[in-house]
Design a binder for this molecule. Structure first.
Ligand code: ARG
Length: 460
């Protein structure tokens, strides 16, 4: 007999049950479900809705089930559909019919919402920790490479040289925003839907604030219909996660490029690379590729939930059972990706000579030359033209700006002086970009200090 079987005249078909069941994935919520029930029953006792003795029996029973859950000893059944009915059935089996009083003044609709709020609250805290860990790894690498130069690119064409620390720290600041988004989302995650009932509230004199407080929530949903229908907090989580994964994926792409023979700027530690089953020479940056790939499934979960909800009338609809797998999958994907990423960054070998060699064999100092003329009074547009012609001249001769004889400079403009050979050194080019937030070494050192402070300020 189903826990809700009273109104039915025939028993369910197993294969239909199996299709409707969610226990194979919502068993993930077992601890949160019991935690929510423990608070609910305590509240029922406090409000005089259940006798003290009943509360004690139910509480003890729930604690027995919690222990079993923690020891992986529970045998969930598809017949009992979902985690809520499974736990209720375990309770009744454990303590008898009094277990059936637990569901007084509550519905699975506010119950499942409560479980997911509790679940995400815990998981987001772990993810925040993971974001911070990766920020720390980036900061540690950056601290070692303030004066390491790497070509900076736009359109994937050499543009201007930058400090490698500056390049890495760009990701630190993306992660800082990701951290802020998750942290902000906690405000809305940490609100209690418990006691909203199926949709309309309940006739019992419950105290929603009390159960919310017991569960560590900051407040309660003001509207019972909204409380059971809202999945915004999950969408926000998936959206923050999509943004984070997009950032990780961009860095993955750079790591993959940098690991290629063409760039040859970094090498992944053996732990984070794999070989080929056929080509003995291969060392593939697999983990970076995989994280770039996993970004797709996180976007998928975001779009899936947005689509699930867009046509739903108030209040609960069974469609909403589809909100969970993407959420669970995203939690695991994000936590795993952050952990792997921190490891990759900490252990990668930075091939500083190759980076520096690259900055010495390109025209990425051309802007400096135009700025030089402009600072001597030539309109920048004109300076751009003069230097453009010099670059073309060099390309035709197969040399770089530093190799060009001084006579050629003089011929191009009377404003050039012998010191251009110092000015054109990549180190000078980088050092001089000292505007706020620029790649000049002084700026980069300042930014590293601010970043360190940001990490130390994090409470969670
Ligand atoms: N398994 C359901 C879900 O995940 C729990 C809520 C069921 N509520 C209901 N009225 N059928 O959404």
């Amino acid at each position: 007999m189903k826990l809700w079987g009273g109104r039915f005249t025939k028993s369910a078909e197993e294969w239909v049950d199996a299709f409707g069941a969610s226990i194979h994935f919502d068993k993930n919520l077992v601890e949160e479900d019991i935690q929510g029930s423990l608070a609910h029953v305590k509240m029922l006792g406090k409000c005089g809705i259940l006798q003290e003795e009943e509360v004690e029996k139910i509480t003890n029973g729930l604690n027995v089930i919690l222990k079993k859950a923690q020891n992986d000893e529970l045998e969930f059944s598809v017949h009992n559909e979902d985690i809520h009915l499974n736990v209720e059935k375990f309770l009744i089996d454990e303590i008898g019919p009094v277990g059936g009083k637990l569901h007084t003044g509550r519905s699975r609709n506010d119950q499942v919402a409560t479980d997911m709020h509790l679940y995400l609250r815990n998981q987001i805290k772990e993810i925040l920790d993971g974001v911070k860990g990766l920020q720390q790894a980036l900061l540690t690498q950056a601290n070692q490479h303030v004066e390491t130069l790497i070509p900076g690119y736009t359109h994937l064409q050499r543009a201007q040289p930058v400090s490698f620390a500056h390049h890495l720290m760009a990701y630190f600041w993306m992660l800082e925003r990701d951290y802020g988004r998750y942290e902000d989302s906690l405000k809305r995650v940490n609100i209690s839907p418990l006691g909203a009932g199926a949709l309309a509230g309940t006739t019992f004199p419950i105290d929603r604030h009390y159960s919310a407080e017991l569960l560590g929530f900051d407040g309660i949903y003001e509207n019972s219909l909204d409380a059971v229908s809202d999945r915004d907090f999950i969408i926000e989580f998936l959206s923050a996660s999509s943004m984070l994964m997009m950032h990780l994926s961009r860095l993955c792409e750079e790591i993959i490029l940098w690991s290629s023979q063409e760039f040859n700027f970094v090498e992944m530690d053996d732990t984070f690379a794999t070989g080929s089953s056929i080509m003995p020479q291969k060392k593939n940056p697999d983990m970076a590729e995989l994280i770039r790939g996993k970004t797709g499934r996180v976007y998928g979960s975001l779009f899936s939930l947005l689509t699930i909800l867009k046509g739903l009338p108030l209040a609960y609809n069974k469609d909403m059972q589809e909100d969970k797998e993407g959420m669970f999958d995203t939690v695991e994907t994000v936590k795993g990706s952050l952990k792997i990423f921190a490891g990759m960054i900490e252990t990668m070998t930075v091939k500083t000579e190759n980076m520096e060699k690259a900055t010495n064999s390109d025209f990425s100092n051309a802007t400096e030359l135009a700025d030089y003329l402009a600072s001597k009074g030539m309109p920048f547009r004109e300076a751009h033209e003069v230097v453009g012609k010099l670059v073309l001249h060099c390309i035709q001769k197969g040399i770089f700006l530093l190799d060009l004889p001084f006579a050629d400079y003089k011929e191009a403009s009377e404003l050039f002086e012998e010191n251009i050979y110092d000015v054109l050194q990549p180190k000078t080019v980088v050092a001089r970009r000292n505007s706020a937030g620029g790649t000049g070494f002084e700026q980069v050192k300042k930014a590293l200090e601010i970043a360190e402070q940001k990490i130390n300020e994090k409470k969670l």
